[in-house]
Design a protein around this ligand. Structure first.
Ligand code: ATP
Ligand code: MG
Length: 422
């Protein structure tokens, strides 16, 4: 991608109402565009991150046997009446049609997935099964805030599993728990897992996946050394106590909930009569689990966890581009021609080798280009200037490191490939 052709531009100033790092940097860098409070459009750079995050999630859900589907966002009122949630879920967006029908805009998909999967379940041989989707969700949040962390329209991966026995559900639940930890670690995050009550959903067990950052809304007690955490509201422990898992010292911190998994029991399968013939011939009700990850919130959380005062520091696996190639302009025409020529050759070579590179080939000043490279946060910056060319080199700097070094022009490709693959 050549920056001169990118239709979006960075902005020098942060939005005046930016209350968090993700609100500030994602908008300033034109990763997203705010349409109204809590509603964002995803622009080329931001969408590349979102797609990478979603693909990591897909790989991990596929690896535990999840089957991807895509359900409708528009849902019939009748299903919400069946579960009793039409009047009890305050964040549900309701639509009234000119045909006098009522609809819900999906804030969650139990009301669709339960009868849908249920229609295919006849016997214990049809179980277990797990389906998931990556979809836009709508919630009439009282207060949208913190950039993409709390929106009224947002992305979610939601998975639902169906089981013949409690043991089977619990086994699968643990598999999902481990898969979730992998997802967040691959996204470059240090995730904590809290055991929480299921809230309005269920009396059964549920776990939240929390990332420690001051931008979080949840108060948790977290172990700095392992994934152990508890929600402060329900915790039997207090700050300074020893971590029951590893003996580390628990700290009271703020967390962002990036994922949540629930044992639903038969709450929804009872409502929609999802029954099957068991091995002994008896009729039984299927047990369900549900598992959510906020995909857009996850992108915002990565920014909260990985930024400095100059901008974002994307982890390699989710960065829009691995490499930010910068050609610094010179007033000397011959030098300028050489800089552009060298940069163009390197750029083409990188594309040819399948390296993800964005080239700042704009006519902007050096200061502007360097500030934008820091703001946009690609993991590796490769800079070509009059100064570096005098040494027959490029300046090589990782976003998360302080120091730059010179790399000889003839070694750049090999080193860049090594960097991307390591
Ligand atoms: P919260 O407690 O933050 O309101 P929740 O517990 O209501 O979230 P779930 O129903 O568990 O959310 O949804 C699954 C995931 O979707 C959450 O773990 C979170 O990552 C994400 N999510 C929920 N609400 C929002 C929102 N308004 N904006 C962005 N992401 C959200
Ligand atoms: Mg939740």
């Amino acid at each position: 991608m050549q920056m001169s052709k990118l239709f979006t531009k960075t902005s020098k100033t942060a939005p005046h109402d930016a209350d968090t790092a993700n609100a500030k940097y994602l908008i300033q860098g034109s990763f997203v565009h705010q349409e109204m409070a809590g509603v964002y459009s995803w622009l080329p750079l931001g969408l590349r991150v979102l797609n990478k995050v979603v693909n990591i999630i897909r790989e991990e859900m596929d690896a535990i046997g999840g089957q991807e589907i895509l359900m409708s966002a528009l849902q019939p009122k009748e299903n919400w009446i069946t579960t009793g949630r039409w009047d009890s879920v305050d964040i549900l967006f309701k639509l009234h049609s000119q045909t006098d029908k009522d609809y819900a805009l999906g804030c969650s998909h139990e009301e669709l997935v339960t009868p849908l999967v249920g229609s295919f379940i006849k016997s214990y041989k049809d179980l277990p099964c797990a389906v998931y989707q990556v979809q836009t969700k709508f919630r009439d949040e009282l207060r949208a805030k913190s950039g993409v962390l709390r929106g009224r329209e947002f992305g979610m991966k939601d998975m639902y599993s169906f089981h013949a026995t409690q043991e089977d559900l619990e086994r699968y639940y643990q598999k999902v728990l481990q898969a979730y930890i992998k997802v967040f670690q691959r996204c470059g995050l240090d995730v904590k897992v809290t055991e929480a009550s299921g809230g309005i959903f269920t009396k059964n067990v549920s776990h939240e996946f929390q990332v420690v950052t001051p931008a979080g809304e949840d108060n948790i007690l977290a172990c700095p050394n392992c994934t152990y955490a508890q929600n402060s509201e329900v915790s039997t422990l207090k700050e300074g106590d020893k971590c029951p898992d590893c003996g580390g010292v628990l700290a009271a911190v703020k967390g962002v909930e990036v994922g949540n998994i629930f044992d639903l029991g038969t709450k929804y399968s009872d409502a929609f009569k999802v029954e099957f013939t068991a091995e002994d011939g008896s009729r039984q009700t299927a047990l369900m689990g549900c598992y959510g990850i906020g995909t857009t919130r996850l992108v915002g959380t990565i920014v909260e966890a990985l930024h400095d005062e100059r901008g974002i520091m994307w982890p390699k696996l989710v960065a829009p581009f691995a490499i930010h190639l910068v050609s610094l302009n010179s007033k000397d025409e011959a030098v300028q021609a050489k800089i552009m020529d060298t940069a163009a050759t390197l750029y083409e070579d990188m594309l040819h080798e399948g390296l993800e590179v964005i080239w700042d080939d704009r006519e902007a000043s050096p200061g502007e280009k360097l500030a934008d490279a820091d703001l946009l946060g690609m993991p590796l910056r490769i800079l070509i200037s009059e100064k570096s060319l005098k040494e027959n080199s490029v300046e090589w700097k990782q976003r998360a490191e302080k120091d730059a070094k010179l790399v000889n022009l003839q070694d750049v490709m090999e080193e860049a490939q090594g960097f991307v693959e390591e």
